[in-house]
Ligand binder design. Structure first.
Ligand code: SAH
Length: 241
């Protein structure tokens, strides 16, 4: 999927002007020229084929030649609530969540959280969402929610078809025993911080009808646990087209 670029402005045929870091990439990294063809998306589910019509130092003016709605989303909406780890590990987690088709990531504030998301970190992660979407061909951007307390998220998740809390205890069901037929339209997944969920959080989740799932006898890092559950759920789900 070469030469795929994101337009933060919604694309209205027949022309679109690309500016900012995407224009910089086109002009000064790839050194594309007038007449070269590019693929564009704006996060609304449509893919555009365009030709570069004019360039200046910071802007690229494109003419739209063709467009199609292309759906590369999963058949199920995965909402991943996760106590994000530090720095680059969060970025990595977000990148892989985009590739695997997660619909929404919600940074969780848990009782044992040590990382507290600042708006600068959220905006850095939003850039990672765009970069990963360019690479993997998603035409809809994965949503990145504002940080929310775990207890509040539990309240908001009432009524969703499948709610899974990853918790490394024997009481949890192995993931493969969760019935794929239960998935319905939305699956919520909760992953705790390095210190784990507190007893109060686990009790509250169980009281809200969340299922505890175990991923085996090893303690996984936050991002490994998150992606193990997401990969398993996404493998049950048919991708749209
Ligand atoms: N010492 C902590 C480990 C936390 S690991 C504890 O005992 O809870 C960070 C998070 O990853 C956990 O809160 C859980 O959501 C998930 N996780 C890690 N290993 C897991 C496993 N083997 N089974 C289920 N969840 C796991």
């Amino acid at each position: 999927m070469a030469r795929r670029f994101f337009s933060s402005a919604s694309i209205q045929s027949p022309r679109i002007e690309i500016s900012g870091s995407e224009a910089h990439h086109i002009l000064h990294v790839l050194r594309l020229e007038v007449g070269d063809r590019v693929n564009l998306f704006d996060g609304t589910g449509v893919e555009y084929q365009a030709r570069i019509d004019a360039i200046s130092r910071q802007k690229v003016d494109c003419v739209i030649e063709d467009q199609q709605t292309v759906n590369r989303e999963l058949g199920v909406e995965i909402h991943l609530g996760v106590a994000l780890p530090k720095g680059d590990r969060s970025r990595w987690l977000i990148e892989k969540a985009v590739e695997l088709g997660v619909h929404r990531v919600v940074p969780l504030e848990c009782e044992r959280s040590v990382v507290h998301m600042r708006s600068a970190s959220i905006s850095r992660l939003s850039k990672a969402v765009i970069e990963a979407s360019k690479q993997c061909g998603r035409n809809q951007l994965m949503e990145l929610g504002a940080p929310v307390s775990f207890f509040q998220w539990l309240e908001e998740a009432q009524g969703d078809a499948l709610r899974l809390m990853a918790h490394p205890e024997e009481a949890g069901c192995p993931l493969h025993t969760i019935d794929a037929c239960q998935t319905g339209e939305t699956v919520k997944i909760a992953i705790g911080p390095e210190g784990g969920f507190s007893e109060a959080e686990v009790r509250a989740a169980v009281a809200h009808d969340w299922q505890l799932v175990t991923l085996g006898p090893r303690t996984l890092r936050v991002e490994t646990a998150a992606l193990a559950v997401v990969a398993s759920i996404s493998s049950w789900s048919r991708t749209g087209q």
